[in-house]
Structure formats: C-alpha cells, structure tokens
Design a protein around this ligand. Structure first.
Ligand code: ZN
Ligand code: ZN
Length: 630
C-alpha cells in the first residue's frame, strides 16, 4: 500500500504497516522522536495500522507547540500520574484522566482525603517514573475481559466506564499501571521534559452531584522546560486577573452556596451593570429598537412549538403548576415570537426590532459553574428583528455596525466565525443555502475576515459569531447575529404585504456583548480590573491632606459630580501614602491629593497610568469628559 506524505511524495509500505513503521521507513531518527501520526488531519496512535491512500504526517518531539503533540504528551503524563497515585496511596481508585487545554487532570478517590502536599509527592514520583523509564504498550480486549480485569483490581469507576464505552475496548500499560484508554499515547516517557502538578479540586463523578465526590488533580507537561516556565508565569498573571478575586476585592459582586451559579451584585458592581444597561438602552433607541418585556415562565407547549422542549430541555428549569408543565425561559426568542403573534402586523411596521434584557435561566451542572463565566442566571443584551426577505441584508449590516461600535468602545480585538448548518437543523437545504449566503454577503460588504465552521450553526439558522481575544491570549465568544427562517414558521407568524396577502417574516436574533454577567467576567480578566473611565464604578477619588482641606476637597467633588462623574472623597485618618495605595488597589482611574497648595485653579492629579500633573478643575473635567468617550 501507499501513503502520502506532507510534501506530496508517496511512501510504499507493506499492508498493515503502522504509523511507526512509516516513520521507520522514512528514517530511524524520525522513528525515535515520533510522538504520533496525524492521518487525514486527525490524530492516530503510532501503533495503529495505516490504510492505503491516507495522507499522513508524523509529529515528533520537535513539534513542541503543536496542540495535537502536546495533547498526546499530556495524556501520557496523566497516566503517569495515575500510576504514581496508586503506588503512593494504596487503595486509591482511579476514574478518568483526559488532557485538557493547557494540561491534563486525573480524578481519584483517595482512601483518605489528601492535601496540597500530595501534589509535590505525586510530582516527585512522576519524575522518578520518567527517570526510570516508561514505555506504553497497547492492546485490544473484549468488554467482558476488561470488566473482569477492573473488578479484580477494585476499580469500580473503570468498570462503569467499560459498561458505557462505545466501540472497541483498548488498554494501555506503562510500568505496573493498566488503563482503559482509546489513546493515542507516546512511545515512551522520554519526551516529557517538564511536568508540574498545579492544583487539587473536588469533582463529582461524571459531573453529577448525586454521585461520589472525587479529587481532581490538575497538572501540565511540556516538551521543553522553558515552555513550562513561560506557562507558569502566564497562570500567575491569570490568577492575579481572576474575575472572582477582582469581583471581591473591587467590591463588585459575590456568590453564595445558597444560590449556586447566580451572582449577587454589590452597589459598586451595580454601577458597572447600569453603565452597560444604559449603553444598551441608549444605543437601542438610537438604532430604532423598541423595548418589550415578556414573562419568565411558559407552558411547555410554547417550548414544543419553538423546538426547545425537544432540543434544549436538559438545560431548562422545569416546574409543574396545577398539573401543567412549565419551563423557565433559557432565551428570549420564543416569548418574543409569542408577543409578535398577539397582534396583527402590516409590512409598514417592518422591520420590527424588539429588545429585551430578560432574566434567563439555564440548568448548568453545579460542577461546571465558574464565577460569572458559567452561571445559571444571566441577562443578555438581546434583541430580535422581524423583517421582510428584502430587508434582511440591511438589518444584518446594521447589527454588525452596532456590534463593532461596542467593541471599539471597549477596545476589543474581534475574530469572526460563520457557523453553518448543523446535523439537527430544522428546515430545507434551500432555506439554509439562502440564509448562509445572506450572512456571507453581509460579512463581505463589511470587509470582515472570517472562518467558516461547518455544523456549528444553531438548529434554526446559521450565525455570525463574534469572538474576542483577551490580553492573556484566550478567546471568548461575545456576540452573535443569527438569521432564522424557521421560528417564524413554527409560530405561524405573519404580516400583511402590500399585495394584501399574508407573508412569513424572517427573524434575526442578535446579542452583541452576549450575557452581561459573562461579559463583565471576561472584561475584568482582560483588563485586570482596570476598567475604562466610562465603566469604572468610582472615577475620581479626592484625598484631603488634613481636616482643614476637607471642605475644599468636597467642593471639587461637587464640581465634578455636577458634570455627572462618580467621585468620592476619602476622609479617613490614614496617611496620604496609605490612601493613595488604597485608591490604586481599588483601580480608581484618577486620584487628586488636596493640600495647602491646591485650589480649583491648581489641582494635582495622579492618573492610573502613573502620569501626574497640575491642572485646573475645569481642565480636569474636560479631560474626564473626553476620556469617558460616552
Ligand atoms: Zn489514556
Ligand atoms: Zn433569539
């Protein structure tokens, strides 16, 4: 048989040859350094056979930044961790240990609870294993044999995994540890040049809080020690910027176990919230949207019409009232369609743009909740546009204009993704051809670069997804603009055309910042809490040097408040330097120290950037006005 190499040359191999055989045929050095083979774009274990005509690429220890190579390296490190845990803590039961973005974890049921000090011991043992040498052996087995093996080993979680596994069962062994695993794995542990265990966390078996709580050990591994150093520096920075920490230290929001996944907003947090809310309301009004308000709770009948009962039910909170099944809304669209249907419409009213920052609830598993980034209760800057087919293009363009107005305001770098029809789509291929083409046209006329992702669209329509890249190199989806020809049909929505006949409107769903909770979380981490002036809960803090300066400090505060700025006077009996330090920790953008030399004509200002100057109260107000950009 023949396989095709990345340079388009063909390689002749005996039938049944593996990726490793292919590497050997190319050269012994390549075979020695090989970590996996990529076949027609997806990863495959080196030990598995290739087939005639496949395009292959052998990845080696030199592909140290390749996500697939790192994936295999880290997955192999996870197996070393499990081996170490079973040796150091006899009686430990092992659950699952996948690679994840930037590392890996393994879930264990330790015989006794362990503390952070276990991380060092386990890491030491993994290093010993690597130094001693480990290689991976792979074989396939029957389901019965696999179950028997794990029963004998006293591994109930593995038994359950065998019972629910799909397809063939394969085992990997290194040292005295055998794991149920699909692979792929390294040939041996030598390429693991740097390994670090990072943290412990509780994790329910299969994310289900009614199942046992296990201990999740997080770690990472690299092909190069320097890569580990760089990574550890990045996570230090991420910790400093963790929005949950910033939310507390800046007094913005909090959480309670009594309302998992739902934020409590403190007054300073509400200032931020209301700035976003005012911005939304102002821009909606400017751009021809009208506000509506719709209920929280609907008969399951509505969700059946919208298709959510079928496609989204597991994410909904349900309750029974007087024998009827109800669901809390996880999104605003069905309520808006119902609202539209309650009165007759003429083509003269279209496009009808209705906006609502409704309270939404989604039933996320408690194990995946994460600060403001993954919540059960949230609010979106949501709107729906009902329009004629001819109006679609202009409306899409207006949505994109609006989106980029906001992203510029927040100084965000965006990437665009066009998500196309999924397998579970509603409607015909012709409708999807039309809808996808409308979105492409809009992106082209805005001159936006984008990538297309097959199968990622919503079940009712294709969408333009707007992702931001944050200062730590992570990517977050914020906005979405979706063209939907299905929901209006399902709800029997109509308008009377200028031909007096009834027509079905098209519907555009759009949210631009997305969930406001999530946006605040992402933006805090992106900025490290240094919010732009227009968003800062406290914009100016004035520090009177002594008691005798208080009334003058207050008069400056009043002068600036009259212009609409959020100003506080810190009159605490602390030293000036201590109070300056506190203002810095609170990330207040402007600090004024008021002493003997100060007057409304001569104000000494310290900016968050570190820049200091003496200016007049009027000039300061002018500077604030232009910096606020709103
Ligand atoms: Zn594995
Ligand atoms: Zn919608």
């Amino acid at each position: 048989m023949r396989v095709i190499l990345p340079d388009e040359t063909e390689l002749e191999l005996p039938d049944g040859a593996s990726g490793l055989d292919a590497a050997r045929a190319i050269g012994p050095r390549l075979a020695e350094q090989a970590v996996l083979v990529r076949v027609n774009g997806s990863v495959r274990d080196l030990r598995l056979p290739l087939a005639d005509g496949e395009r292959i690429q052998v990845l080696t220890t030199r592909d140290r930044d390749d996500p697939d190579a790192l994936y295999v390296l880290r997955h192999s490190a996870a197996h070393l961790l499990a081996e170490a845990a079973r040796r150091l803590y006899p009686g430990t039961k092992v659950a699952i240990g996948p690679p994840i973005e930037n590392g890996f974890y393994y879930d264990f049921e330790f015989p006794e609870p362990v503390t952070e000090e276990a991380l060092e011991r386990l890491e030491e043992e993994m290093r010993r294993e690597i130094a001693e040498g480990r290689s991976w052996e792979r074989w396939e087995t029957s389901r019965d044999e696999a179950r028997g093996f794990f029963e004998q080993e006293g591994e109930p979680y593995k038994v359950e995994l065998v019972d629910t596994a799909e397809g063939d069962i394969s085992f990997y062994r290194q040292g005295d540890f055998v794991d149920l695993c699909r692979g792929p794995h390294l040939q041996n542990a030598e390429p693991i040049k740097a390994v670090k265990l990072l943290s412990l966390a509780g994790a329910y078996w299969r994310g289900d809080e009614t199942r046992p709580q296990l201990t999740r050990v997080y770690g990472t591994a690299f092909f190069d020690p320097q890569d580990l150093e760089d990574y550890l520096q990045r996570i230090e920075e991420a910790k400093r910027r963790d929005h949950r920490r910033l939310g507390r230290t800046l007094g913005l929001f909090d959480f309670s176990e009594r309302a998992p996944g739902m934020a409590f907003w403190h007054p300073r947090g509400m200032v931020v919230w209301n700035v976003l809310e005012d911005l939304r309301r102002r821009e909606n009004a400017r751009r021809g949207y009208e506000e509506v308000r719709t209920p929280q709770l609907y008969d399951s009948d509505l969700w059946r019409t919208s298709g959510h009962w079928e496609k989204f039910q597991e994410h909904m909170f349900r309750l029974e009232i007087e024998g009827r099944d109800f669901g809390l809304k996880p999104m605003n669209c069905p309520g808006h369609c119902l609202l539209y249907s309650l009165s007759p419409h003429s083509y003269r009213e279209l496009p009808l743009r209705i906006a609502e920052a409704g309270n939404l609830h989604r039933n996320e598993l408690s194990g995946v909740l994460h600060g403001l980034l993954r919540v059960r209760h949230f609010v979106q800057d949501d709107a729906h546009i009902y329009c004629t087919q001819e109006q679609i293009q202009d409306e899409l363009l207006a949505c994109l204009d609006y989106a980029y107005y906001l992203y510029d305001l927040f100084d965000l770098d965006m990437r665009v993704e066009l998500s196309l029809r999924p397998d579970n789509k509603l409607g015909t291929d012709e409708e999807w051809d039309f809808a996808e083409e409308e979105l492409r046209k809009a992106l082209a006329s805005k001159g936006l670069d984008y990538v297309e992702s097959e199968g990622e669209g919503s079940f009712y329509g294709p969408k333009i997804d707007l992702h931001m890249d944050d200062s730590l190199g992570r990517s977050w989806q914020l906005g979405t603009v979706q063209l939907d020809l299905q929901m209006p049909k399902r709800f029997g929505l109509a308008y009377q055309g200028d031909d007096n006949a009834e027509h079905t409107p098209a519907m555009i769903h759009r949210a631009l910042l997305g969930s406001l909770e999530r946006f605040v979380g992402v933006y805090l981490e992106h900025t490290g809490g240094e919010l732009p002036l227009f968003l800062a809960p406290e914009q100016v803090r004035i520090l009177p040097v002594s008691d005798s300066h208080r009334s003058e400090a207050e008069s400056l505060a009043d002068r600036l408040r009259a212009d609409g700025f959020r100003v506080q006077v810190d009159e605490r009996e602390e030293t000036v330097s201590r109070r300056i330090r506190d203002a810095e920790l609170a990330k207040v953008p402007y600090v004024v120290v008021w002493g003997d030399r100060e007057s409304l004509d001569s104000v000494s200002v310290r900016r968050r950037s570190g820049e200091q100057s003496v200016t007049s109260a009027d000039a300061l107000a002018e500077e604030l006005r232009s910096a606020a950009r709103l």
